[in-house]
Design a protein around this ligand. Structure first.
Ligand SMILES: [Zn+2]
Length: 304
C-alpha cells in the first residue's frame, strides 16, 4: 500500500470547543514520509503530530512547541487516519482546531473534497512486539499483536443515558465514514460549570456536543451507542500520533485522551527498545563475524 496525501488545499472555519474562539484550519498536500505536520499560521514553525509534540492530553489532545499550542487535534487526526492520509500540512489560524459539529464528519468531508493522491513511498504499518497494558482496574487500554487493526471498546458509565456500551470493530474506510466519524463528543451538564471555570468547553454548545443532563441527553443521538463510537473515534485520532497504521488489537475500557496518550508513549517505547535490541543483536553478530574472519585476533580484555 502506498502513502497518500491530499490533492489540493482546502479550508474550513468554525469555533474552538474549549477556547470558544473563532478557529480556522487549512489542509495542504505534503511530501511522502513527512507525516502530519501542524503550524500556527502559514509561517509558523512545524509541529509534527507526534508523541513528542503533545503538551496536554486532558479533555483534548494538545500539541505545542515554543509556547505555541494547538488544542483538540484528535477529530481531524482521526479523519486523516480513517481515510488513509499519511502526509498532510495543517495550518491553524487560532489556538484550536474548530469543533464543527463535535465529530470527525466535517473533516472527512473536507479531506474528501480535497481528493486523495497516491505517493511514491510505501506505507509501513507498526507491529507491536508484545502485549502492552496501561491504566488501572477500572480504566485501561491494552494492545496485543494481531494481523489487522481492530478495536474492542467497553464504555461503562453510571449515567443511565450511557450505561454499558460495547463495540468491537475492524475499521474499513467505509465503516469509519458511516459508523464512527459522525459520532459526536459528549459532556455532562453537571460538569459544565467546573469546566468553564477552568477555561474549558467555552465553545461547547448543543451544536457541537451531546449534552447529558440529569434525565437524559438534551439533544438527539445519531446512534443509540454514539458515546462508545465517539470513544473509538478519539482513540483512532490519538493512536494516529504514532504516524503509521497499527497492526494490532486494541482493547479498551473507559479510557480517555490521557490514557490513550499513555498507550501511545508505551508503544513508542516498546518499539524503541525493540529497535535498540535488534541493533545490539546486529552489532554482536557483526563483531562475532569479524572475530571469526580474523582468527587469532580477539577483543582486548577489559581494563587493558
Ligand atoms: Zn472527541
Amino acid at each position: 500500500m502506498r502513502q497518500h496525501t491530499i490533492r489540493r488545499p482546502v479550508a474550513l472555519t468554525g469555533v474552538g470547543l474549549h477556547s470558544g474562539k473563532p478557529a480556522a484550519v487549512s489542509l495542504r498536500p505534503a511530501p511522502a514520509d513527512s507525516g502530519i505536520v501542524f503550524r500556527v499560521g502559514a509561517d509558523g514553525p512545524p509541529i509534527p503530530a507526534a508523541p513528542e509534540s503533545v503538551v496536554d492530553s486532558h479533555y483534548a489532545t494538545t500539541l505545542g512547541r515554543d509556547g505555541v499550542r494547538i488544542q483538540t487535534i484528535e477529530h481531524l487526526m482521526a479523519a486523516a487516519a480513517g481515510l488513509g492520509i499519511d502526509n498532510l500540512e495543517v495550518v491553524v489560524d487560532g489556538t484550536e482546531v474548530p469543533a464543527m459539529d463535535g465529530s470527525a464528519k466535517p473533516f472527512v468531508g473536507l479531506i474528501t473534497s480535497a481528493g486523495r493522491a497516491a505517493q511514491n513511498a510505501r506505507r509501513r504499518s507498526i507491529d507491536v512486539p508484545h502485549a502492552i497494558r496501561v491504566g488501572s482496574e477500572s480504566r485501561w487500554l491494552q494492545i496485543v499483536p494481531a494481523d489487522t487493526f481492530r478495536i474492542s471498546y467497553t464504555l461503562d458509565n453510571d449515567h443511565p443515558a450511557i450505561g454499558l456500551q460495547t463495540l468491537t470493530w475492524t475499521p474499513s474506510e467505509e465503516a469509519f465514514v458511516a459508523e464512527c466519524a459522525p459520532a459526536r463528543t459528549y459532556g455532562f451538564l453537571k460538569d459544565l460549570g467546573f469546566l468553564r471555570k477552568s477555561g474549558r468547553a467555552l465553545g461547547g454548545s448543543l451544536d457541537n456536543t451531546i449534552v447529558v443532563g440529569k434525565n437524559g441527553t438534551l439533544n438527539g443521538l445519531r446512534f443509540p451507542d454514539e458515546f462508545v463510537r465517539h470513544k473509538v473515534l478519539d482513540l483512532i485520532g490519538d493512536l494516529a500520533l504514532l504516524g503509521r497504521p497499527l497492526r494490532a488489537h486494541v482493547v479498551a475500557r473507559n479510557a480517555g485522551h490521557a490514557l490513550n496518550f499513555e498507550l501511545v508513549v508505551a508503544i513508542q517505547r516498546a518499539l524503541g527498545l525493540e529497535r535498540r535490541a535488534a541493533g545490539a543483536a546486529v552489532r554482536v553478530v557483526a563483531a562475532l563475524e569479524t572475530a571469526e574472519r580474523a582468527p587469532g585476533l580477539s577483543p582486548a580484555p577489559a581494563g587493558v
